[in-house]
Structure formats: structure tokens, C-alpha cells
Design a protein. Structure first.
Length: 406
């Protein structure tokens, strides 16, 4: 009877002991156990079996949660350490290009309690490592984090070896040197993050163009059902889709040109997240297509009194739509002119517009889109006449006559 009663009690005790065993461990717990293990390992006596088992168990639990230790620095005198862990992506996700998770871990408060300047350096290492881990991927992430670990390890080595013999002045100078090193790492992070954001933005634009294709197919279905593919509306429908595609393509080419140009600055806030940057990139072809169609409708409506050359309607309207998607400034000029015509008022030509169209010293502006065959800028008044608007001088005379008339 006693044996039967003892069996359940033993099983219950084993279950409670298993529940008491931690399923995960923090880096600070691992650092403390490693410090005790290292003291025993470097002593004349063998490492106790319980301590060896405890250290291996903590290390195994930490690596199961955060990944394998890539590089680490363990202090000998005080329980402090920095390390870098790499955890591969879950099995099937590796085939879809998911990068491993790389993380920086630090426990150094016991070592830096009497060195605030060097503690600030290690805090900057933490802050920079967080930004790198969230923004960068692949090789650039690994390079930046390993450089950060190298700086943190150098600081711990100084604290452990040379602080007592060097003095406070040497510690401050050493902290300034490490701050400059972190500035170089931060500059590398900025360049790498900007390039990575451009790649993400490019793939977002590509996805946007792919989405525009089925939208065009749906529009074509509605127009076909309405009978606009046949008869007198066939040419206008073809121009509609040509301008739709040309505007989207113009927006795509505009961004790619600015990315490749050294003078043109194409900056992105890379810390808003990859999903946001990809979503913003996907909207760009949509805006280009909308601009292309808007300018096409304005030209076709006759508001600007601009007629395409005979037999060149397709080339004229697709070129205008491409320019509308390519240059937002060009689209703004067309929209402002259309607004002035519809509203029955004259749009004043600002000095900024004059400089952009004419150039500061008689040469075309760097991003000028309208120029004659000789390369000289088009005169503003000539451009306004082509768009169906009277020159400014005649407007002033007309307005003066109206004021003088009874």
C-alpha cells in the first residue's frame, strides 16, 4: 500500500521539479554563470560537475532562444560581456530569402559603474545596434554589428586591463577615440540604409506597375462593354491607355534617373520601415498614370488651345503623358494653366518659374524639360503663346485700358 502511494508522490515531485526548471535564460544570467565557470576553469582545481552542467544548460537555452554565438568578449575580473548571436530563419522561410536574425547583447553595468564616459560609449553601441538590426539586412547588417561588437570589446578590454594604471584622463581620451569610431560606423550605417531603402522602393514601384496591369484590363473590359473600342471612339480609347501606360512609365524612369544621378538627391527616411517604403514606392506609378491621364484630358478638351501636329496625335499625347509622369513640375505648369483658363483669370508667372524655364545665365536649367533644337531655353512668353495665353505685356496694356475707360 505504501509503495503504491509513494509512486504518485514521486511522479508529482518530478513534475514540480520540471516546472521549476527555467525554459529560457537571459544574457545577464548567462554572463553570471559563465563568470563563475571561468573562475573555476582557470583555477588549479577542476570545474565542479554541477557548475559545468549549469553553464552548459544556460548556454544551450540562450542559443535556442537567440541563436548561435557569433562573436563574444567575456571579462575575466568582473561578470560582464558583449556578444553577437545569429539565428537562422525558420526552415521554409529560408527559400523565400528571409535573412537570419542577428542581435547584439551587452551586460557591462558591473564593469562601467566607475567609468561614466565609457558607459556612454557602450550605450551608444546599444542604440546603434538596435537601428542596424531593424533597418539593415544581409552582409551590411553583419558588417555593421561586428564593427559595433569590436568597439564594445575594445572598451571592455581597456576597462579590464588599463583603467587602473592609465587614470581618468586616459579613460576620457580613450572614450573620445571610441566615439569617433562609432561615428564612422554610423556613417556606414547611413550609407547602407539609404541604398537598402532605394532597393526596397524600387521593388515597390515594380509591384505598383504590376498592379496597374490588371486595373487596365478591368478598365478595358468596361470600355469594351460600353462599345468604346469600336467606331469613332477607338482612337481616343487607344490614346487613353497609351497615356495611362506612358505616365506610369515616366514616373518609374524619373525615380530611376534620380537614383542614378550624382547631383540629384533622392533621399528616403529609411527608418520608417521596409513595408512603408515599399508601399510608398508602389504608389508612384499610380501617380504617374493619373498625371498622364489628367494632362491627356486637358489637352483633348481644348482648354489650352494646343493642337497636336497632323497625323502625330499618338506620339504627341504619349510624349506629353510621359513628361507628366516624369516631372511633377511640368504637370503643375499644365494644371495651373488649365485652372487659369477655366477660371477666367491669368496666372502670374513667378520669378521662380521664370528662372526654371529660362535659366539663371541664359543657359537651360539643369532639370529643364523644354528647350529648342539649339539647346537654348524657350522664352516664357513664347511658351505662353503656344499654350494659348496672351503675353504679359499685352495683358498689362489691356488691363491699363480697362482701368482708364469710363
Amino acid at each position: 500500500m505504501s509503495d503504491v502511494a509513494a509512486a504518485p508522490m514521486t511522479e508529482q515531485a518530478d513534475a514540480e521539479a520540471a516546472m521549476d526548471q527555467p525554459s529560457a535564460t537571459s544574457f545577464s544570467e548567462l554572463v553570471w554563470v559563465h563568470h563563475r565557470w571561468a573562475e573555476a576553469f582557470h583555477s588549479d582545481k577542476p570545474v565542479p560537475r554541477e557548475l559545468e552542467s549549469e553553464y552548459r544548460k544556460r548556454l544551450r537555452m540562450f542559443e535556442n532562444e537567440h541563436g548561435q554565438l557569433l562573436s563574444a568578449y567575456w571579462c575575466r575580473t568582473i561578470a560582464s560581456a558583449v556578444t553577437l548571436t545569429v539565428k537562422p530563419a525558420w526552415g521554409p522561410l529560408r527559400f523565400f530569402g528571409h535573412e537570419p536574425s542577428i542581435r547584439f547583447h551587452r551586460v557591462t553595468d558591473w564593469m562601467t559603474r566607475d567609468a561614466p564616459a565609457l558607459a556612454h560609449v557602450l550605450h551608444r553601441c546599444d542604440a546603434l545596434a538596435i537601428r542596424v538590426s531593424e533597418v539593415l539586412r544581409g552582409t551590411s547588417e553583419r558588417i555593421a554589428l561586428q564593427l559595433i561588437v569590436a568597439v564594445a570589446s575594445h572598451v571592455l578590454a581597456f576597462l579590464e586591463g588599463a583603467r587602473e594604471t592609465s587614470g581618468a584622463g586616459a579613460a576620457r581620451e580613450f572614450a573620445r577615440q571610441e566615439q569617433r569610431e562609432l561615428e564612422l560606423i554610423a556613417a556606414y550605417y547611413d550609407r547602407a540604409a539609404n541604398k537598402a531603402a532605394r532597393v526596397v522602393y524600387f521593388w515597390g514601384m515594380t509591384a505598383g506597375i504590376l498592379v496597374l496591369a490588371p486595373i487596365a484590363a478591368v478598365l478595358a473590359g468596361f470600355l469594351w462593354a460600353g462599345g468604346l473600342w469600336d467606331g469613332a471612339y477607338a482612337s481616343e480609347t487607344n490614346l487613353f491607355f497609351a497615356c495611362y501606360a506612358a505616365g506610369a512609365l515616366g514616373a518609374f524612369v524619373s525615380v530611376m534617373t534620380r537614383m542614378a544621378s550624382i547631383k540629384a538627391k533622392f533621399t528616403l527616411d529609411y527608418e520608417v520601415g521596409r513595408k512603408t517604403i515599399r508601399r510608398l514606392g508602389s504608389f508612384r506609378p499610380f501617380l504617374g498614370a493619373i498625371f498622364g491621364l489628367a494632362v491627356y484630358f486637358i489637352m483633348q478638351s481644348g482648354v489650352l488651345q494646343t493642337a497636336p501636329p497632323d497625323g502625330k496625335e499618338f506620339y504627341f499625347f504619349t510624349t506629353i503623358a510621359f513628361l507628366a509622369g516624369f516631372s511633377e513640375r511640368f504637370t503643375k505648369v499644365i494644371l495651373d494653366e488649365a485652372e487659369a483658363k477655366v477660371g477666367g483669370r491669368a496666372r502670374p508667372v513667378e520669378e521662380k518659374d521664370q528662372a526654371e524655364l529660362s535659366g539663371a545665365a541664359g543657359a537651360p536649367a539643369e532639370d529643364a524639360l523644354v528647350a529648342d533644337t539649339a539647346g537654348d531655353p524657350v522664352d516664357v512668353e513664347a511658351l505662353e503663346q503656344d499654350l494659348g495665353r496672351a503675353p504679359r505685356a499685352s495683358e498689362e496694356v489691356t488691363e491699363a485700358g480697362e482701368r482708364d475707360s469710363p
